[in-house]
Design a protein around this ligand. Structure first.
Ligand SMILES: [Zn+2]
Length: 325
């Protein structure tokens, strides 16, 4: 019983020897594999930490500068629309928004608005629908206050010497400046003596009345047509208090005629009104120069001297007035 144990033990050892060898071989293989694996892992791991740092700084700086120039075109695009409002009345906000790009767009709108280019060309600016305060707005400057589709009077412009038109010996009901009365009286008397009496159909119109007048014509023929035949508030010569619309005494409204200037009274006015200080502001075929359609009934009082000068020049009143600005 006692001997069996050692023999058993030996036999166990003998059996164990090849097993241990096998295990040793496995362990060795595993160890080599681990070493190789760790070596490979270490080899692959080192480039990867290096690559990201290299890649990320490369991408970041690239994307940031790219992003910066992208917004810069938009500031450049902003000034492009600004020239559109600026001709009207945007000059104030422009310098506030973008001082740098402004210089480029500004020169473009200004020539069309301001009196800058006309001195160069020698004539008034082309007819546009703008709102530029006319240069001569004093009540004593009534003869040379230039009004058209561009230039206008202040909304509060209202002469203090308005009197009823009846004071000139014509039909009453309209207001005119007192400075007009004497010459209008002479004109009306001579027209009557000629057998071609006249009748007033309009005189002074306030800013508010002109607004209503323009709106009326818009309702009749639309905005675009109204612009050709009626002035926007502030742009009307009637606000000066020195302008009359006339027709034949006993006749229809002058615009009801195909051409009122071909009627006896209209023809007499066209030929003689200047002698009394009145000029036809919007002659036939001069739309591009007067900015309005032909109005043979609309006469502006500018005084006898200036009226004679305008009549003698054969030019549209607006062109002569421009030279006096
Ligand atoms: Zn008129």
């Amino acid at each position: 019983m006692t001997v069996r144990h050692p023999s058993t033990a030996r036999s166990n050892i003998a059996v164990a020897s090849p097993t241990m060898a096998f295990i040793g071989a496995v362990v060795l293989t595993l160890t080599l594999s681990i070493v190789l694996a760790s070596f490979r892992a270490g080899g692959a791991g080192s480039p990867s930490p290096v690559t990201p740092p290299v890649a990320s700084p490369t991408v970041d700086p690239t994307s940031e500068p790219t992003a910066t120039p992208t917004p810069s075109p938009s500031p450049t695009a902003t000034p492009t629309p600004s020239p559109t409002p600026s001709p009207t009345a945007t000059p104030t906000p422009q310098p506030t928004v973008a001082p740098t790009p402004v210089p480029t767009p500004l020169p473009t709108p200004r020539p069309s608005v301001a009196p800058a280019p006309p001195p160069v060309t020698g004539g008034p600016p082309v007819c546009e629908y703008l709102d530029v305060l006319t240069k001569h707005v004093g009540y004593g400057e009534w003869a040379i206050s230039l009004l058209d589709t561009i230039f206008h009077l202040p909304s509060g412009y209202a002469p203090g010497d308005l009197v009823d038109s009846g004071a000139a010996g014509v039909n009453g009901g309209y207001l005119l400046r007192s400075i007009v009365i004497a010459d209008l009286a002479a004109l009306a008397a001579d027209a009557r003596a000629n057998g071609t009496p006249i009748k007033l159909v309009s005189g002074y119109r306030s800013y508010a009345q002109q607004q209503a007048t323009f709106d009326y014509w818009v309702s009749v023929g639309g905005y675009k047509q109204a612009l050709r035949t009626s002035a926007r508030a502030g742009h009307s010569e009637h606000q000066l208090g020195t302008v009359i619309d006339v027709t034949s005494d006993g006749g229809a409204a002058p615009w009801e005629y195909a051409d009122w200037a071909t009627t006896p009274a209209g023809a007499w006015m066209a030929a003689n009104a200047w002698r009394y200080g009145f000029v036809m502001s919007y002659p036939r075929g001069a739309y591009d120069q007067s900015c309005y359609d032909y109005e043979p009934w609309h006469y502006r009082y500018v005084g006898r001297d200036l009226a004679a000068h305008i009549a003698g020049s054969g030019r549209v009143p607006r062109l002569v007035l421009w030279e006096l600005q």
